[in-house]
Design a protein around this ligand. Structure first.
Ligand code: SAM
Ligand code: SF4
Length: 354
């Protein structure tokens, strides 16, 4: 049972958990209204567009949830050329997206110096902010890319439950994987930092999801991405696998859209100034109006996909990804239409944290 007065930036972890468990419609309406008001008061009505380019689907890691994991020999791997990426950047600038997000598997074939030169070209030839999301690279590489002009780095910590994290995101041989420590390093290098979690990972409890939201607040994140965990059948966490059965628990958070909206709304309330996307994963589980509901319940960013064919369908982190078969122009038209239809405006400029 939760009370209205408990909805505040300082709310306790216990209250966050109580709201995650809330099912009554009148209470949930209050949660949505509060999150929307906090969003409006802090980041206003602009929705920022971040053009996403999935620059490589090579990955050395074996995350139990992800379709790009290294052991999947059956998928065709690609790495975009510098010119292909620059073409996407020009397209983003032409469509007035403020940011280019370069995302990839943890791919050491992306050489640090090569990427630094790509970043320098984008900064020289366009007004875009550059966001990177390339997994766990070294401090020196992060420094080189920051010096080349990269503005932001996205690295989801996926869950604060250490045991669950190590199980689903095994460390590379001889290395530990501490994404929260990396986020702190990125901040000292002057990046805007973004993180986030999947909602409804097998083995995730309500208490741990509430702790995740508290962790966003403690890290004072500039960006927070929250989306449903979507099962990929050809991964260890896929249906009926032994790994999945071992993790199953009675108190598991469902990977449904309602839980995602609650997590987005609570995150907006405890991180009022953060940039929060209405994610592609949310649009995947509710293609009709998942994006709009995310935007009405706390989010203020969308990430239209700019990845060219045929790479777009080869970046299959989970099946049925929204917009996988759309071209970039249609994504642009569809998303801007959806933003305007709910009475919001297109973000101008690069859309950094205010
Ligand atoms: N390799 C980088 C990394 O792991 O940070 C960036 C790319 S990775 C595909 C980006 C995000 O996709 C991950 O942080 C994870 O949260 C999300 N993801 C991967 N598999 C997923 C799945 N099956 N369902 C939902 N989200 C997933
Ligand atoms: Fe690689 Fe990222 Fe997928 Fe993990 S989540 S397998 S690091 S692409």
């Amino acid at each position: 049972m939760v009370k209205e007065s408990m909805l505040s930036q300082q709310m306790s972890i216990e209250h966050i958990e109580a709201w995650l468990r809330e099912t009554r419609n009148d209470k949930l309406s209050l949660l949505w209204q509060t999150a929307d008001k906090v969003r409006k008061d802090n980041v206003a009505d602009a929705v920022h567009l971040r053009g996403l380019v999935e620059i490589s689907n090579h990955c050395v890691r074996s995350c139990a949830y992800c379709g790009l994991r290294a052991p999947r020999k059956e998928i065709q791997r690609y790495r975009m050329t510098a010119d292909e990426i620059i073409t996407c950047a020009h397209q983003a600038a032409q469509w007035k997206y403020g940011t280019l997000v370069m995302q990839a598997g943890e791919d050491y074939g992306i050489k640090a110096q090569w990427l630094a030169e790509v970043i320098e070209r984008i900064k020289k030839e366009t007004p875009l902010a550059v966001t990177l999301s390339l997994g766990e690279r070294s401090y020196e590489e992060f420094k080189l890319w920051r010096n080349a002009g990269a503005d932001r780095y996205l690295l989801r910590f996926e869950t604060t439950d250490k045991n669950l994290y190590n199980y689903i995101h095994p460390p590379l041989a001889g290395r530990s994987s501490d994404r929260i420590a990396i986020l702190k390093d990125l901040r000292t290098l002057g990046y805007e930092i973004g993180s986030g979690v999947m909602v409804g990972i097998p083995g995730q409890s309500y208490t741990s999801l509430a702790r995740d939201i508290d962790c966003f607040r403690k890290l004072n994140l500039d960006m927070v991405g929250i989306g449903p965990y979507i099962e990929h059948p050809d991964t260890p966490l896929g249906r009926n696998s032994l790994c999945r059965t071992a993790l199953d628990r009675k108190d598991r958070v469902p990977n449904d859209e309602l839980l995602c909206y609650k997590a987005v709304a609570l995150t907006r309330i405890v991180c009022p100034q953060a940039n929060i996307p209405s994610t592609t994963a949310l649009a995947t589980i509710n293609p009709t109006d998942g994006r709009e509901l995310g935007l009405r319940r706390g989010a203020n960013v969308v990430m239209p996909n700019l990845t060219p064919f045929p790479y777009r369908s080869q970046y299959e982190i989970y099946p049925g990804k929204a917009c996988m078969n759309e071209d970039a122009q249609r994504c642009q038209g569809c998303l801007t239409g959806r933003i305007v239809a709910i009475g919001r405006t297109m973000g101008l400029g690069v859309g950094s944290r205010l």
